[in-house]
Design a protein around this ligand. Structure first.
Ligand code: NIG
Ligand code: FE
Length: 382
């Protein structure tokens, strides 16, 4: 059992509410876990020493919302949007067609590349959804591929109704045979609750079936319009309501008085040129907030949590501390994980050494590659 001392950390953001920031800090890693954090002057001896040379250290980002199993390209759709076309979610079907045509090897390689891209930008835990298969065979395949890359897999058969099916028949299929085929490969069930996708009754039916099958619930809620998504998520005890862009006061109250995290995805508003969610309103109301990329080829083709942190600070009135908290501990809460998203004794030693004296530089120096080193399970990523 070897121990590693990460010494001379200029500013350690632990994510542990009991001692969230430590200046002139150090931490000790043992067996892939955090064994000790505190002032560098009090650090215990260790077998190895890594000199952070005054850099800041934060927990690895927890990206709790991503769609990484897909093929095809939607650059033209993005360009059309930047010329004034609205985003409707209709392009999902373009990706479904390309994904169905692709072989397993291509899908695995593409998803793996995105996970790698994320890792080099400091993301050490990622959730991956299906949702570009929309048939029993293709959804099951997407989840099987996702489960090779993460334990946080989400069944999103209810992304949109495929072109060749009646909506009621499709909901029955998703809540029936498709769920049965997919549940062994999934931890979560998700529904895109939105006009043009699935309504409140359909959302409830699918989530309830998923819960009964032993999955946890999460919801794409209130992205493009106000609707019942957030309230259903809170009512059913979903871990997270994602997007939360168009909220009524009742939605905010429901979130504040439930254990459901509001996961904000500013990359989607950036890439669809839409108004950002009101993070300030949520935080001031006492809602637990997470930040994630929503990485997907349609509405948010970024894999970068630092970019989302910068957007959250500049566009959503979050402080740098709130944004980093939401991108680490917030994401972990949205996945109901206590082993990641913070650096306290017993947690996984997933951490990022920033080429900066403070995490605030993630927003202060947007677009700059500040990730100096990434450790996952105590191992330095080469
Ligand atoms: O979270 N809103 C639904 N799903 C994705 C977009 C998927 C796509 O456009 O391909 C999202 O934004
Ligand atoms: Fe999404």
């Amino acid at each position: 059992m070897t121990t590693t001392l990460i010494d001379r950390v200029g500013l350690l953001y632990t994510g542990d509410p009991e001692r969230e920031e430590i200046a002139d800090a150090a931490l000790v890693v043992e067996d892939g876990l955090v064994a000790w954090t505190g002032p560098a002057s009090q650090a215990p001896d260790a077998d190895r020493r890594v000199d952070a040379e005054g850099r800041a250290v934060i927990p690895g980002f927890v990206d709790s919302h991503a769609h990484l199993v897909f093929a095809g390209d939607r650059t033209a759709e993005f360009q059309a949007r930047m010329s004034g076309e609205p985003y409707t979610g209709g392009g999902i079907r373009t990706t479904v067609a390309a994904t169905r045509r692709a072989g397993d090897a291509e899908l695995v390689a593409r998803a793996r590349r995105l996970v790698r891209e994320m890792l080099t930008q400091g993301t050490t835990t990622v959730e991956i959804k299906s949702g570009y298969g929309l048939s029993v065979e293709h959804e099951r395949r997407s989840l099987e591929i996702a489960s090779r890359l993460t334990s946080e897999t989400t069944f999103l058969g209810a992304h949109v109704v495929p072109d060749d099916m009646d909506a009621d028949d499709y909901v029955r299929l998703v809540a029936g045979d498709m769920l049965t085929a997919c549940a062994p490969h999934a931890k979560w069930v998700d529904v895109f609750c939105e006009r043009g996708a699935f309504d409140g009754d359909q959302t409830r039916e699918i989530l309830t079936a998923g819960l009964k099958a032993g999955l946890g619930a999460r919801v794409h809620a209130n992205q493009l319009t106000e609707g019942p998504g957030v309230r259903i998520a809170c009512e059913l005890g979903a871990a997270s309501a994602d997007h939360c862009t168009h909220l009524t006061d009742a939605d905010v109250e429901a979130l504040a008085s439930s254990g459901t995290v509001a996961t904000l995805l500013p990359g989607a508003e950036f890439s669809t040129r839409s108004p950002y969610p009101d993070a300030r309103r949520l935080i001031d109301a006492g809602v637990s907030v997470a930040l994630a990329t929503d990485c997907n080829p349609g509405s948010s083709y970024t894999s970068s949590m630092p970019f989302c942190v910068a957007l959250a600070v500049r566009e959503m009135r979050m402080t740098p501390l709130e944004a980093v908290r939401a991108a680490t501990r917030g994401g972990a809460r949205a996945l109901r994980r206590t082993d990641v998203g913070w650096l306290r004794p017993g947690a996984r030693a997933d951490l990022v050494v920033l080429d900066a004296p403070s995490y605030a530089h993630l927003a202060y120096r947007p677009g700059v590659p500040l990730v100096h080193q990434v450790f996952r399970g105590g191992l330095l990523l080469e």
